[in-house]
Write a protein that binds this ligand. Sequence first.
Ligand SMILES: Cc1cc2nc3c(=O)[nH]c(=O)nc-3n(C[C@H](O)[C@H](O)[C@H](O)COP(=O)(O)O)c2cc1C
Length: 433
Amino acid sequence: MALQHFGWFLGAGFGVQGWGDPTYGVGYDWKQPPVYQDAARVFEAAGLDLFIIEDGVTVPDTYGGSAEVNLAAARFVPKHDPLPLVPYLLAATEKIGIVPTLSASFYEPFTAARLLATLQHFANGRLGFNVVTSGSDLAAQNYGLDKQIDHDLRYDRAEEWVQVVRALWRSWDADAIVEDAAGGVFADFTKVRTIDHKGEFFQVRGPLNTAPLESEPVMVQAGASGKGQDFAGRNSDVILALASTPERMRAHREEVRAVAVRNGRNPDDLKVLFVVNPIVTANAEEAASTRAHRSQLTQAAIDEALQGVSYLSGVDFKKFELDAPLPELTTNSNQGTLDNFVKSAPAGSTLREILQARANKDGLAIIGTPDEIADHLGELSEAVGGDGFLFTGQVHPANVHRTLDPLVPALRRRGLLRTELGDGGLRANLTDF
Ligand SMILES: Cc1cc2nc3c(=O)[nH]c(=O)nc-3n(C[C@H](O)[C@H](O)[C@H](O)COP(=O)(O)O)c2cc1C
């Protein structure tokens, strides 16, 4: 089996970790850095390439027009901004890539370029950024808009945003700082240029006023619609993708790789990593009871599933009859997520049937003994022809250890997981196989 890249996607962001789990709050405070620092150390020792931290800027109240379910269950809220966490994670580790989420819709490109350049200097090449376009109208209403701009236009704007950010990073030549004390020259003015960008969405003079970068932060992106794949295939180094069927995973990867080729890129520079949730059990009996428990469609499970898809798609799923076929739906928000949800059951299925199919399949969960999970990931990587996986889940040490302690040796025995990270930075680790 071929070596795969692994990482951890923290879906709860710099937010509440493990509410509802018996270990909630034991020995840590989710509002403080140590729990994330401890997790990052374990990820690094395990040979994970990167640690991605989700973010969003709303208190979601799409589901039933109320934030009740989200606040009661601590789903998507409350959370801190992940950027100030980055230096703490860098200080706690030496080799793993640290990837906060950043919104191209709400950060001016100059602000983003400057922040990321500063952090990349701290990071010695270990920084990435998960660039999102923030599809939610609720988010847009926190930034002076009535609603989010059109889906495709959002990607056009993000495209220009990336070009401006990169042009700003390149506005200083790498050797512009000469520090020539005898000659009285700190930086050579011929190596620092304005960018004079005047585009459809942004007007930025430049140059950037931070020091030049030795390597640019690694760009991560998760767009799954046609337009999203196009944006990601042209610009991303890593694609954050949802694992569904091996056929859909394979098609997704092939499509973004084809976009990369059409844009003159080497498709092997682009790593498509699928999010999976490994749930380690001791034996077949425990796996069966875990599966049976997780497939029960209780009211809490229905609310949990529907608040999530309501927030991510901007469609209020509370208004649909559970036992009626779901109507045709479109969204200006996350199209790929909505599409994935609707296609979980055959066309014409009722909402309850869709929910039951998802509960039976259990989303991104892979339930089994460490050897079964490792075998499954090996088979999946061969079927998809893929680059690797991102584990997801909260980062209380109990969860991190119960997942990785047994799984890491099982993955290593199969030659799927590296034994050590290189020290050349995130891009080097991602492209060394
Ligand atoms: C695994 C995964 C993680 C994501 N993480 C975030 C995030 O942290 N913040 C956010 O605003 N959007 C996030 N998104 C949304 C994507 O950035 C993107 O906007 C969304 O998938 C819509 O793109 P599409 O319409 O092209 O499918 C995530 C999506 C996926 C699939």
